[in-house]
Design a binder for this molecule. Structure first.
Ligand code: UD1
Ligand code: CA
Length: 424
């Protein structure tokens, strides 16, 4: 059956204390909303992102990065139920199912969502809500069940009696709807509650009243529905995502010497027998081959491709670069906007000067196979060094150099014998 997604992202995010809309706060350089959109992109035919606060910025992000996503404006923001009702005109004749998620809940996985939808279908459910058990359920909506354990309704913290507050099963804020059956609910929601908002959660009780098949899917790993409301939540989510990534890499044969000081983004692939040394930070989208050594203290900033048997050593920063096999950059270098061949040696302190601050243009450095760059070299881009060429230490290279040559810019060495002796 065709599935579409609705992602709620119109809320304010007051507790972030930020000029940036909450869903555009980043983990490893990717906005929270990006995580949610990526997790649904293999599942749904189309996503609708409900925007409101900072609508323009959020819309720009979605339009630039996600072809199959559309934004829908909610103004003013009258609650989560009101937010979903904004897509009713878009989905007027839609006959499939709709999953609803929040833009501030980036840790949910594609596998869980697939499983959730499968369960919804195998139960022939009209409405399935994801729940989980929290020891401290404060602030979440509580799942209220009838005596026969079937779902009854969801009660928000602010509307809950002390007895309801003691319930530890909470609403994860993720739903799967048989759209045709549940659609009428959105014109019937009321704002008769403590917050004066149209609650999406009221569709559960509505479904029960209309004798529909309403179910809960209990999620075991409650980390996945961790929501971001504050900077401290953002740090915790980063740690959870990182741990998940490092464990997956180690399971696939990558050595992480010190998981407590290593940070690797979800979108980084690493081949087996590669060793990541402590204090390495890898953000954005990258691909690292097998048998490489990365770090200690290396910084990969995204769009980096490194083939097999390479070494990126301490205090080396790499950004937007393609590096072929058996190439080393061992110490204290910056490699940006570069194409680097195989068996290249980049000496300590080599810098690709890729940015012209006057024209604001970034240019490319190309080093062909077997090039050897002496220590403390500046490669002023755009620049291309041909196969096998050597560059003498301390050079500033401003022109292209052909194959198998020596390039060198250096003031002649002056030796003044007895200079010190004559001074004293
Ligand atoms: C909501 C649920 C709660 C659940 C929790 C899970 C309701 C009424 N409550 O509470 O049961 O346990 O999520 O995280 O749904 N939003 C809009 N437009 C609005 C209001 C909110 O787009 O008018 C968006 C927000 O940007 C956010 C999401 O909806 O992404 C959830 O809203 P939020 O105010 O955070 O709801 P919670 O109080 O967390
Ligand atoms: Ca929330």
């Amino acid at each position: 059956m065709e599935t579409k997604a609705v992602i709620l992202a119109a809320g304010k995010g007051t507790r972030m204390k930020s000029n940036t809309p909450k869903v555009l706060h980043k983990i490893f350089e990717k906005p929270l909303l990006g995580y949610v959109l990526d997790n649904v992109k293999n599942i749904v035919s189309e996503s609708f992102v409900i925007v409101g606060h900072h609508a323009e910025e959020v819309t720009n992000f979605v339009e630039k990065n996600y072809e199959l996503a559309k934004t829908v404006l909610q103004s003013p923001q009258l609650g989560t139920g009101h937010a979903v009702s904004m897509v009713c005109p878009e989905l007027e004749n839609f006959e499939g199912q709709v999953i609803i998620l929040c833009g501030d809940t980036p840790l949910i996985t594609e596998d869980t969502l697939k499983n959730f939808i499968e369960t919804h279908n195998s139960l022939k459910s009209d409405l399935t809500v994801m729940s989980t058990i929290f020891d401290n359920p404060t602030n979440y909506g509580r799942i209220i069940r009838d005596k026969d354990n079937s779902l009854k309704c969801i009660i928000e913290e602010k509307d809950a009696t002390p007895e309801e507050k003691s319930v530890k099963e909470v609403n994860a804020g993720i739903y799967c709807l048989n759209w045709e059956k549940i659609k009428p609910a959105f014109s019937q929601l009321t704002s008769n509650n403590a917050q004066g908002e149209y609650y999406l959660t009221d569709i559960i009780a509505w479904g029960k009243q209309h004798n529909l098949n309403v179910n809960a899917y209990i999620l075991e790993n409650s980390d996945e529905i961790y929501g971001i409301n504050s900077r401290s939540n953002l740090a915790t989510a980063t740690r959870i995502l990182n741990e998940r990534k490092l464990n997956a890499l180690m399971d696939n044969g990558v050595t992480i010497v010190d998981p407590s000081s290593t940070w690797i983004s979800e979108d980084t692939e690493i081949g087996s027998d590669t060793v990541i040394y402590p204090a390495t930070y890898i953000e954005g989208k990258n691909k690292i081959g097998s048998n490489c050594k990365i770090g200690p203290c290396a910084h990969l900033r995204g769009d980096v491709e490194i083939a097999d048997n390479c070494k990126i050593g301490n205090f080396v920063e790499v950004k937007k670069a393609k590096i072929l096999n058996n190439t080393n950059a061992g110490h204290l270098s910056y490699i940006g906007d570069s194409e680097i061949g195989a068996h290249v040696n980049i000496g300590a302190g080599t810098i690709t000067a890729n940015y012209d601050p006057i024209t604001k243009i970034k240019s490319k450095t190309i080093l062909k196979d077997n090039v050897k760059i002496g220590s403390n070299t500046v490669l002023v881009a755009p620049v291309k060094i041909g196969e096998g060429t050597n560059i003498g230490a301390g050079s500033v290279i401003t022109k292209n150099i052909g194959e198998w040559a020596l390039g060198l810019t250096r003031a002649p060495l002056k030796i003044i014998e007895n200079w010190v002796k004559n001074k004293v």
